[in-house]
Ligand binder design. Structure first.
Ligand code: GDD
Ligand code: MN
Length: 367
């Protein structure tokens, strides 16, 4: 018996088609089911449409009026589910209802305890019309979540699990869109299986994923990292080392020009190199205390690359915020600080999970 949770916001055009298709697929596969639509008070006729659909479909509509958002809506839906198997999917046909039986059977027959409709495994696909930016964006988000889970597509909004395995409400703090990531990070799932799906962009209505959700995602990631790795001392040390690096960077940059007449571009490059090298040595000694067998040279070089990536993120955020967000056009320093924090965070993640492989992340995950 299946409870299908579909978060909806301004999906009037999609509600009838998705509900009847989901119900048709599940009925013909022999699954008793209910469909729970969780709406954030769309006021686009959703209520009226549902009132007529309940006559022919096993449908419930929940209307929320506070704390609007995809993730809290999904949680509300799960709380109200009557059956023991939960499926969460979008209303806009991005998640093919035809994949439902396969997904449910992975749970029932393959002994998986969590099943994801995945775009990033063999046989899966993203919409072929996705532009460069959306592809990169999706990949980057997935990469940032790497240390949290081994799953290939934790950003998916199409997933299935037993209601009894839902993590306690007290430890959930969903912000934004990535409710699947939230549940697998906080829950105790031992056998997560991914089933390939073809993700297709909606043909009706509009996506609600915008800049605000991008920020929410960063916020969410930070929360999840802190949840999994409560020992933030390491991050503090890393930040302190970063601050010392900043002083070195600036001194070498000014010193080379004033004392040795070095050209400012060259000075900039050299000072970065000096600061990153010092950061590497200090992090190796203090922050990560590595006893790794990999050669120092290799580790140093990969740390420089991590620092460069961190700096690119730092600069990229600054550039986007000051170029496109009116508030930051007037508050450059705020954008500067957000850029630095983000760059530091990226650098830390890369350092902890790749450069100084002391497996601190993975060991934690197993406990
Ligand atoms: N109740 C409620 N409240 N539902 C919402 C809200 C909200 O604030 N925002 C979005 N939804 C519903 C939409 O109505 C739709 O059914 C579903 O959540 C997904 O929203 P879209 O706006 O279509 O999202 P998307 O297509 O950009 O994102 C999808 O793909 C991502 C991967 O690229 C979602 O499946 C994401 O979860 C997924 O990460
Ligand atoms: Mn969509």
């Amino acid at each position: 018996m299946i409870s299908v949770i579909i978060p909806v916001y301004k999906e009037a055009e999609n509600i009838a088609p998705i509900s009847s298709e989901v119900s048709r697929v599940l009925s013909s596969a022999g699954f008793k089911h209910e469909i729970i639509l969780v709406d954030d008070n769309s006021k686009d006729g959703t209520k009226k449409i549902c009132a007529s659909l309940v006559k022919t479909l096993p449908l419930k509509l929940i209307i929320r009026k506070k704390n609007k958002g995809l993730a809290p809506s999904v949680i509300k839906g799960i709380e109200n589910a009557a059956y023991d198997i939960i499926i969460v999917m979008d209303a806009d046909f991005s998640h093919p209802p035809s994949a439902l039986p396969k997904i449910i059977n992975a749970l029932l027959k393959d002994k998986a305890d969590f099943v994801i409709g995945s775009r990033y495994i063999k046989g899966g696909a993203i919409d072929k019309n996705w532009g460069f930016f959306r592809r990169i964006n999706s990949k980057a988000a997935t990469l940032l979540a790497k240390p949290l889970t081994k799953v290939k597509d934790p950003m998916s909004g199409f997933f299935c699990f037993y209601k009894k395995n839902m993590p306690d409400k007290k430890i959930l703090s969903p912000v934004g869109y990535k409710i699947c990531l939230e549940i697998i990070t906080k829950g105790n799932f031992l056998n997560i299986k991914e089933i390939p799906i073809h993700f297709t962009d909606r043909s009706q209505g509009k996506s609600k994923f915008g800049l605000k959700e991008q920020f929410n995602f960063i916020l969410h990631l930070i929360k999840l990292y802190l949840f999994l790795y409560p020992n933030i001392k390491q991050f503090m040390l890393f930040s302190a080392v970063g601050a010392s690096g900043f002083v070195i960077d600036l001194s070498v940059y000014i010193g080379l020009q004033k004392l040795f007449n070095v050209n400012h571009i060259l000075a900039r490059g050299l000072s970065f190199w000096a600061a990153a090298s010092s950061n590497w040595a200090l992090n190796r000694k203090i922050t990560f205390k590595t006893k790794t067998k990999s050669s120092k040279l290799k580790q140093w070089a990969s740390f420089l690359i991590a620092s460069l990536l961190g700096f690119s993120a730092n600069f990229g955020i600054y550039y986007l915020l000051t170029g496109y967000v009116p508030f930051f056009k007037k508050h450059l320093i705020a954008a500067f600080i957000i850029g630095i924090s983000f760059g530091l965070f990226i650098n830390f993640i890369l350092s902890a999970s790749f450069v100084f492989k002391k497996k601190m992340m993975r060991e934690k995950l197993r406990n």
